[in-house]
Design a protein around this ligand. Structure first.
Ligand SMILES: Cc1cc2nc3c(=O)[nH]c(=O)nc-3n(C[C@H](O)[C@H](O)[C@H](O)COP(=O)(O)OP(=O)(O)OC[C@H]3O[C@@H](n4cnc5c(N)ncnc54)[C@H](O)[C@@H]3O)c2cc1C
Length: 283
């Protein structure tokens, strides 16, 4: 098959795909909803790629969703629509996914694509961070599992070798009394986030047993602080206003948003800190 002037592959199995990726540098394409925008040509002309395109969206090995012990394993090529329809997926992910794009994009776009594209505004990322999601990668040399916070290095930069393919996302079980996802954008759907926020809280005998929170679109990668989360452990709930002020002041220092066509740095920071304060003050 030819796209522009470049060869492309659509192989029958994951094994064949991995073997070809070990022989040739290819552009992996899942749903193509990010790639086709990034590689678009002037009107009417086919998208341009400078290396062969490896389609993976049809591979059934990458489309399973299974529970293994307490962990949920989600195939990298599951589309948003498939994830939305699956009974094992935690409801909070469905809340986030319903706010992604519109049905046509949700029918094509995949969870693996959102992760590998590594946009700080990727809507699944703040939740994947607070779930401590693990990323499984395979190549002809073997496989490895890496935490999402180590996999994502910066905007469109991930710790993936040329021949590696992301095969699945592993979500460890998370016990929480409250879990939220907030997306602030121009509209309630079909709009990229100006700011996103995910938070979870578990109480033990009126004290914080565990608190986790992460911000999207306010820095080059998702912002999360394990130190601050650790310090909140054992605090009486409702939190003392001084504790809340301290956490907010800490994030005021470490959140460094930018001005761009979607929003201003000042708006992003103000709203991010308000979302955090609201999360810490309410249950
Ligand atoms: C109109 C429109 C609206 C959108 N709205 C939103 C939105 O609201 N929120 C949001 O978060 N995103 C949005 N997006 C972005 C996009 O839909 C998502 O990021 C989607 O999850 C990308 O998945 P994909 O399968 O289409 O990725 P692709 O475009 O196929 O791939 C993206 C990148 O990931 C790599 N890749 C994909 N799968 C793998 C794999 N298994 N192993 C290794 N590398 C892989 C590709 O090589 C490429 O670099 C929107 C896009 C469009 C066009």
């Amino acid at each position: 098959m030819v796209m522009g002037t470049v060869l492309s592959y659509r192989l029958a199995s994951l094994e064949e795909t991995i073997a070809q990726l070990s022989r040739e540098d290819c552009q992996i394409m899942a749903g193509g909803t990010d790639l086709m925008v990034q590689h678009k040509s002037p009107m009417g002309a086919p998208a341009r790629f400078d290396k062969p395109v490896m389609f993976i969206d049809h591979l059934k090995e990458l489309k399973q969703i299974d529970q293994v012990n307490q962990d949920l394993h989600i195939g990298a090529c599951c589309t948003y629509t498939e994830i939305l329809e699956h009974p094992l997926i935690p409801n909070i992910f469905k809340v986030a996914i319903k706010q992604i794009a519109a049905p046509a994009i949700r029918n094509r776009g995949t969870l693996g694509g959102n992760i590998c594209n590594a946009s700080p505004a990727g809507d699944t990322l703040p939740l994947l961070y607070i779930f401590n999601a693990q990323i499984r990668l395979r190549s002809s040399k073997g496989e490895r599992v890496v935490g999402i916070q180590d996999f994502i290095l910066g905007p469109r930069r991930v710790d993936r070798l040329r021949e590696e393919i992301l095969t699945e996302i592993i979500l460890p079980e998370m016990l929480a009394d409250r879990i939220v996802f907030e997306k602030v954008a121009n509209r309630r759907a079909d709009a990229i986030a100006k700011i996103s926020f995910a938070g979870s809280m578990r109480l033990e005998g009126g004290r914080v047993g565990e608190a986790r929170f992460a911000f999207g679109a306010v820095g080059p990668t998702i912002v999360r602080s394990l130190d601050i989360e650790q310090k909140l452990k054992g605090e009486a709930f409702p939190l003392d206003p001084k504790v809340v002020d301290g956490v907010v002041a800490y994030f005021d220092r470490i959140i460094t948003p930018i001005d761009d066509h979607r929003s201003t740095a000042a708006y992003r920071k103000t709203v991010a800190l308000r979302l955090l304060r609201h999360f810490l003050e309410t249950m």
